[in-house]
Design a protein around this ligand. Structure first.
Ligand code: NAP
Length: 283
């Protein structure tokens, strides 16, 4: 069997066109959805991420503001900027790019963002809303994974989903979203004794670890759906995921590539959340 590719670029294109159409409709009512991206310091990877996010906003007709600050910015000054953005009616979504410099308490900054503008979905109120099934913003990466499953009309009811990784931004919210769609969910982590025994039972596997070849073909049940969140570099310095793509694609029914899989979906769901925030604010 050769797995069908779930193409994150193609799905993103489709979803971003929908965002642009909805943004136009809001603009006709006098509201332009706006995202503020705050970057503190000169982390190279963060600079690329924020540039891509701002460009994606512009391409979809959303207003975006990029605020860049020196690594020496104080926590108090950053909290004051977040508060100003909370009170700015032209801004519907606020994203503070992580990681922050070590002298700033990242969680404190995230908690300072108004939950109504928490388009990254990292605020404790957003996490609580996801856990209890209340309306809120879902973290973009696992939300993108759910959209990928939806795109292949995958019915999660009664299926066994195994999530590898339990971070607050990917693994845990991913597990809750799968649970909400009635999957039976197993969460694996570095303390899991026999990862292969778990993944071999899975109908759906989400790998969100940050290590190459965490999932190999012998660990996958024939016909399983495999979503690869990982972002790593191979020996040639090229971007690759957590999954041994060449091997696993011979066993799985569907698989996401890296690059061109979950990555573009993360930015797309940020646009969706920003648009949603603007729509809610304008009601
Ligand atoms: P993280 O906070 O480092 O979490 C990694 C998780 O993997 C932890 O829960 C850890 O377990 C678990 N783990 C480590 N080694 C393991 C092993 N051998 N077997 C099973 N579990 C293991 O990372 P993250 O922020 O969730 O990100 C995960 C990956 O996704 C990274 O490569 C990151 O770059 C990528 N990512 C991609 C996107 C995207 O847009 N494509 C977005 C976000 C993240 P413990 O909890 O026990 O330590």
């Amino acid at each position: 069997m050769t797995a069908q590719l779930i193409d994150g670029n193609a799905l993103s294109k489709q979803l971003r066109t929908e965002v642009a159409t909805r943004a136009q409709a809001l603009k006709a009512k006098g509201v332009t959805p706006g995202l503020a991206v705050v970057l503190v310091g000169d982390n190279q990877a963060s600079q690329v991420y924020v540039r891509n996010k701002v460009k994606a906003c512009e391409d979809a007709g959303l207003h975006s503001v990029l605020e860049k600050y020196e690594a020496t910015m104080t926590e108090a000054d950053l909290l004051a900027r977040v508060e100003a953005l909370n009170n700015d009616p032209s801004i519907h979504g606020i994203l503070v790019q992580l990681p922050l410099p070590a002298h700033i308490d990242a969680q404190k900054v995230i908690e300072a963002i108004s939950p109504a503008k928490d388009v990254d979905g990292f605020h404790i109120a957003s996490a609580g809303a996801l856990m209890t099934g209340m309306p809120g913003f879902w973290p973009c990466t696992p939300y993108g994974c759910m959209k990928m499953l939806e795109s292949i009309n995958y019915d999660l009811k009664g299926k066994h989903a195994v999530v590898i990784g339990r971070s607050n931004i990917v693994g845990k919210p991913m597990a809750l979203m799968l649970l909400q769609k009635n999957a039976t969910v197993t969460i694996c982590h570095s303390g899991t004794k026999d990862l292969k025994a778990m993944t071999l039972q899975a109908d759906v596997i989400v790998a969100a670890v940050g290590k190459r070849n965490v999932l190999t073909a012998d660990m996958v049940k024939p016909g399983a759906v495999v979503l690869d969140v990982g972002m790593n570099r191979n020996d040639e310095g090229k971007l690759c995921g957590d999954v041994d793509f060449e091997g696993v694609k011979q066993v799985a029914s569907h698989i996401t590539p890296v690059p061109g899989g979950v990555g573009p979906m993360t930015i797309t769901m940020l646009l969706v959340n920003t648009l949603e925030a603007a729509e809610r604010a304008s009601k």
